[in-house]
Design a protein around this ligand. Structure first.
Ligand code: URA
Length: 279
């Protein structure tokens, strides 16, 4: 190694090695001679940004047409959903809707399956991995259990049932849907219900029951009882409120098989009610 030192300071090779060490530990940005308190600088920037609105006269109002971002999403969802004349058009509108970020992480839109004029419409929570892959609701293990249970009371997606979800896109990792995701997609679901116009609705699990009944109790409290579902989307097309049974989600039944008895009871009640409505 060449020694460039003049005998007073460190040799060049030692300086290069010291610089290389700094780069290796991540200190690769040139800084000034004096320390800077970046917290003070950030606070000053915030104050500078805040000043103009703080100085606004108290009477200043936002422009009447300005919508908060979530309201704008809801308004666009409503107008797209309302203008869909049938299920095919509604599916196309939903596919074109960019107001729910789940669309960007999902593989497929999971719209609905079954008979477009079904006696019974079931509404679950959101697609899981299998549904996301195939673009069809309830095709995984919980869907298989659901089909078996429906079959015992004479219901099937091939004959008299239609199935959809609160959300049409899979939340990553099957996490709970957020309130904002549900609110963004809800106008499409309310129109979906109005277009199918079933005799009976069945809400599968807490997310569907709480969202569509506007209740805060858990599904174990809400299940097993009859409710009525009404919405402006139904009123717009002259449909009377629809009877609803809330029941346990099949994924929950797979984890808690002892609860199947309660879900059977609910489905038998659905069968009886359907028989009285179709007599
Ligand atoms: N769980 C749901 O809520 N919906 C599906 O489509 C599948 C599983």
């Amino acid at each position: 190694m060449t020694d460039h030192s003049n005998g007073i300071g460190p040799a060049r090779d030692e300086l290069v090695a010291a610089l290389q060490w700094q780069i290796d530990v991540g200190a690769d940005e040139a800084i000034g001679d004096q320390p800077v308190d970046r917290f003070v600088a950030a606070a000053q920037n915030t104050a500078a940004v805040a000043t103009p609105s703080a100085a606004k006269p108290a009477s200043a109002k936002p422009a009447a047409t300005a919508l908060a971002p979530q309201d704008a999403v809801a308004a666009s969802a409503r107008s797209m959903a309302e203008s869909a004349a049938d299920l095919v058009a509604l599916r196309d509108s939903l596919a074109a809707f960019d107001g729910c970020s789940l669309k960007t992480t999902a593989t497929n839109l999971v719209f609905g399956v079954g008979q477009s004029k079904a006696d019974v419409m079931l509404i679950g929570e959101a697609p899981g991995r299998d549904e996301d892959r195939q673009g069809v609701p309830f095709v995984g293990v919980s869907g298989q259990l659901l089909d078996v249970m429906l079959g015992y009371v004479g219901l099937s997606r091939d004959e008299n049932v239609y199935i959809t979800n609160i959300l049409p896109w899979r939340p990553p990792g099957n996490r709970q849907p957020t309130d904002a995701e549900i609110a963004a997609c809800l106008p499409f679901l309310t129109r979906h219900i109005a277009l199918v116009a079933p005799r009976i609705l069945v809400f599968l699990g807490g997310t569907a029951a709480k969202t569509l009944l506007g209740r805060s109790e858990g599904i174990t409290r809400l299940r097993g009882q009859w409710y009525e579902y009404a919405s402006p989307a139904l009123e717009n097309v002259g449909i009377e409120p629809i009877p609803v049974m809330a029941t346990l989600h099949p994924a929950y039944l797979l984890r808690q098989p002892a609860q199947k008895r309660a879900a059977w009871k609910d489905l038998l009640s659905v069968r009886q009610r359907l028989d009285t409505l179709t007599k």
